[in-house]
Design a protein around this ligand. Structure first.
Ligand code: AMP
Ligand code: GLY
Length: 423
């Protein structure tokens, strides 16, 4: 089969790395890709959200199957466009991607389906939102309805901060049309975990539970980022709890989506807050997490490609995935200044030696190649990943590889998985 992966981050490198090892994969393309992906796939400079460009590329290269990584093209309807053009594609339709594309839609669905989630109200009128916030008091959480690359959520400790968030999102329209509506919801206390399920519209397979590290610096300090590291499995949600979460969150969501005429096919990323009352739904994403995908792919023993094809074809009840027993970890290396203003263009050396460490794979996120050199070309630049007999060994291996990489302009957190190891 001729496969096209859409996207350019560490998640897409991990997907390409895994798909390239499939005996079914005859040719692998990635649009637009990065310098690391270029080792696995033919990279073509078409942006992930250029729907016409992606459809044209898939036609020109006679692609048999497209795997879409990021949320933007999914929410814009890339899978619908490809399928209409007769090109089979993995991922949710535009209508199903609303689970991530609209926080209000997701909350209404959860309420209807009886899924445990924070109490909330939706507002298109800023004055009504402000009145509700004053009535509820703090702490309270304000969310722009639409896609904001993770920046549209404010967890407000005091009422003034919540009111300022409403002004920013609805008044000044910091996120444009994504802020035409807000969700105001109850603050949930606890520890976060992400559960991943592969879905075919009716059936869901558990892919695992991972824990991300959202803040830029050690000890959960600094700005929110796309994720500075991940590990799987995550002891916060053991196998029994994960099965229960499949039953309490994923299954009712698939049922409600099918009833709404929006059958969900693709990856359902369930963001959970695990507190005293058990897990509650924070959010849905309709794609793999980045860097969670990297650790899941390191642990997957089965061929990914037939599973993705079965998901598209509604035949996941025929699929049984096998996993390595070893835990996996990813340490993200970011360019200085990330997330506000990452410096671009610095050279990264000694990647080859790092990648030769036992159990280690270095996934690229924001890199480009120039004259045989690898240069930083984004905020999150590398995802140094490792497996080990236990999480401790995986972590030692990952940091040993990190220390071999010669890149003074980069930084990483030194406490990835510290919480799990401290339990
Ligand atoms: P979301 O994109 O909805 O997951 O929100 C981004 C982040 O904001 C989450 O990963 C949590 O850390 C935090 N968050 C979102 N909703 C809540 C909530 N109701 N209570 C506490 N923290 C929240
Ligand atoms: N790492 C979190 C995300 O991909 O949204």
């Amino acid at each position: 089969m001729r496969i096209l992966v859409v996207g350019s981050g560490g998640r897409e490198h991990a997907l390409c790395w895994k798909l390239a090892s499939s005996p079914l994969c005859e040719a692998l393309y990635c649009a637009p890709g990065n310098a690391g992906i270029a080792e696995e796939a033919t990279c073509v400079p078409v942006a992930a959200s250029d729907l016409d460009g992606i459809v044209d590329l898939a036609r020109k290269e006679r692609i048999d199957f497209v795997v879409v990584g990021p949320e933007d093209p999914l929410c814009l309807g890339l899978v619908d466009r490809l399928e209409t053009a007769g090109i089979p594609a993995f991922g949710p339709s535009k209508a199903a991607a609303e689970l991530e594309g609209s926080k209000g839609f997701m909350k209404d669905l959860a309420r209807r389906a009886g899924i445990p989630t924070a109490a909330y109200e939706r507002f298109t009128d800023a004055e009504a939102a402000r009145a509700y916030i004053r009535k509820q008091g703090a702490p309270i959480v304000i969310k722009a309805d639409g896609l904001t690359a993770g920046k549209g959520v404010v967890v407000a400790a005091i009422v003034e901060e919540a009111l300022a968030a409403v002004d920013e999102i609805m008044g000044r329209r910091r996120f444009g049309a994504a802020g035409a509506e807000v969700v105001v919801e109850e603050f949930l206390d606890g520890e976060e975990a992400s559960l991943f399920a592969l879905c075919d519209g009716k059936t869901a397979l558990l892919l695992g539970v991972a824990q991300d590290h959202k803040r830029a610096f050690d000890g959960d300090k600094g700005a929110n980022t796309g994720g500075m590291g991940a590990y799987a499995p995550a002891p916060i949600l053991d196998d029994t709890m994960a099965r229960r979460a499949m039953r309490d969150f994923v299954d009712p969501t698939l049922k409600a989506m099918a009833e709404a005429g929006r059958p969900f096919k693709g990856i359902l990323f369930v963001g959970l807050m695990v507190g005293k009352e058990g897990p509650k739904l924070l959010e849905y994403n309709v794609r793999f997490g980045d860097p969670e995908c990297q650790v899941l792919m390191m642990r997957l023993r089965s061929d990914l490609l037939p599973a993705l094809i079965a998901a598209r074809e509604g035949e996941l009840d025929q699929v049984d995935l096998r996993w390595h027993a070893e835990p996996a970890i990813t340490v993200v290396m970011a360019a200085r200044g990330y997330p506000e203003a990452p410096e671009k263009g610095s050279e990264i050396r000694n990647l080859g030696a790092a990648g030769k460490e036992p159990g280690v794979v270095v996934f690229h996120a924001g890199t480009r190649a120039e004259g045989g050199r690898i240069l930083a070309n984004g905020g999150r630049v590398l995802g140094v990943s490792a497996v080990g007999r236990d999480l401790k060994e995986a972590r030692e291996r990952a940091y040993r590889a990190v220390d071999l990489i010669d890149w003074p302009e980069g930084f990483c957190r030194r406490d990835i998985a510290a919480r799990a190891l401290g339990r």
